[in-house]
Design a protein around this ligand. Sequence first.
Ligand code: ADP
Ligand code: ADP
Length: 236
Amino acid sequence: MPIIEVRDLDLHYGKHHALKKIRMDIEERSIVALIGPSGCGKSTYLRTLNRMNDMIAGVTISGQVKISGVDIYQTEIGTELLRRNVGMVFQQPNPFPKSIYDNVAYGPRLHGITKRSTLDEIVETSLKKGALWDEVKDMLKKPAYGLSGGQQQRLCIARALSINPEILLMDEPTSALDPISTAKIEELLGELQKSYTIVIVTHNMQQAARISQSTGFFLNGELVEYDRTSSIYQNP
Ligand code: ADP
Ligand code: ADP
């Protein structure tokens, strides 16, 4: 069974029809790249998988988004499952104005974990998953804003993983970064894929070809093509 199943997903911003009858199955432990021109609905779609559009005034959504078989729009269990199960990373690194440690401990604390040794362990494990531990282990109490842009983005990845999600949603996570930081994050994604399902919006087709198994092309709110990345890119 796919970990994410989307059926007939429709979204309007007021009268603007931003997503049109999207259907998509996403296999567990795969990387799916979402590409397409600016304004075609990629971000909107990504946010729909995390129920981040619900709060926006004037948004209407219909259709189904199932995660591990549960319709996330239909049940309270869905919402709870979602909070624990889906992490998100944005284009601009957005660490909280807190220490490196407190950034990563934030989610676990929200979920009621208070024991210092447990938090220490989660912070270390998460920073290792974000390939940042070696660089920051001696400065955990320092403010996150002291890190470079690439380090801040890896901190945001570590923060997203600290709640132990199964799914990681990423909205152009390397667009604001230099090529070396981008390469580091691409390498990291290959590693993370062994444990997580990753859906990533990118405007960079080469990046999609490098990192993903499946690619979805959006155009005007429609998913016009969704296939194995290898078959999409073999006849350029
Ligand atoms: P993409 O990520 O592909 O650039 P978006 O999902 O951000 O596209 O936007 C899709 C369309 O929906 C665009 O026309 C955009 O202007 C519109 N849109 C996005 N967010 C909002 C919003 N909060 N309110 C109204 N319209 C929006
Ligand atoms: P409420 O808590 O007000 O009953 P829901 O939590 O059920 O509303 O839904 C919140 C948002 O999700 C609303 O914008 C609604 O239009 C949308 N929505 C409701 N059901 C679905 C569904 N099956 N698929 C996608 N979106 C839905």
